[in-house]
Design a protein around this ligand. Structure first.
Ligand code: KIV
Ligand code: NA
Length: 273
């Protein structure tokens, strides 16, 4: 059963969110029974091979979110608005969000930041019935300006900005706020002060829920382990081993076998000779 916004906001147990980018990703997340699926703009890094999320377009997000929705028709679906699609005024932001909702069947959109401009966008979108998830702390879309992909909220000024930002987003109507890469104690404080659930990634255990990039938790990329993401599987290694074995069996004519092949009657074959 798909969760509703009020139901998610009042959840007794920690909310479980994972990212998905395609049909099989949506299917497996729904089968696992997660509360929310995020079509993150981490799409750029883990699926499209860019070295940041900045090149990801609204059309990229829509293309992938449509596939995820086909795989996960009954799970609450959140889609990231990518860099540049909500920064040129509330009208443009509204237009981007409406496209995502109408063209993908998403239940909500997510955007990064808590500048006065973004807070205003959140206010207008939510007032117009579009559920918005906020995102503070480390914000990959603007990581260059933040001094690279690094932990936020460690000093007075940054901690204050992160807390105030999360509060402003909730006040403007965000139904939930992602806290990325901030100290666990700061995340706990924000979670206590916020009237809506926080969803942490690299933000300790005392958040209202957790999110991971599926490719990290599945170990899709070998050798690349991140502090914030526990690996629950070694899909990369298993995939490489499987394809390596397939290659050697093809080269040894050990695949396909009789079981993988079709048969025909001898007399039909004899007539061909
Ligand atoms: O794009 C993404 O995957 C995200 C999550 C890490 C929260 O924004
Ligand atoms: Na994102």
């Amino acid at each position: 059963m798909k969760r509703s916004v009020p139901d998610l906001m009042n959840s007794e147990s920690p909310l479980v969110m994972v990212t998905a980018y395609d049909f099989p990703g949506g299917k497996v997340a729904e089968a696992a029974g997660v509360d929310l699926i995020l079509v993150g703009d981490s799409l750029g890094n883990v699926v499209l091979g860019y070295d940041s999320t900045a090149p990801v377009t609204l059309n990229d997000m829509i293309h992938h979110a449509r596939a995820v929705r086909r795989g996960a028709p009954d799970t609450f679906l959140v889609v990231d608005l990518p860099f540049g699609t909500y920064h040129t005024g509330v009208t443009d932001a509204m237009r981007s969000a409406v496209r995502v909702i109408q063209e993908t069947g998403a239940d909500a959109i997510k955007m990064e930041g808590a500048t006065p401009e973004v807070v205003e966008v959140v206010r207008v979108l939510t007032r117009n019935g579009i559920p918005v998830m906020g995102h503070v702390g480390l914000m990959p879309q603007t990581a260059t300006a933040q001094g690279g992909l690094r932990v936020q909220g460690k000093d007075d000024e940054s901690a204050r900005r992160t807390l105030d930002g999360a509060l402003a987003l909730a006040e403007a109507g965000a139904f939930s706020v992602v806290l990325e890469a901030i100290p666990a104690r700061l995340a706990r404080l924000i979670t206590e002060k916020l009237p809506v659930p926080t969803i942490g990634i690299g933000a300790g255990v005392n958040c209202g829920g957790q999110v991971l990039v599926t490719h990290d938790l599945l170990g899709v990329y070998e050798g690349e382990e991140k502090k914030i993401a526990k690996r629950y599987a070694e899909v990369g290694r298993i995939s490489r081993e499987a394809i390596t074995q397939y290659a050697s069996e093809v080269r040894a004519r050990a695949f396909p076998t009789r079981e993988n092949s079709f048969v025909m009657k001898d007399d039909v074959l004899d007539k061909l000779y």
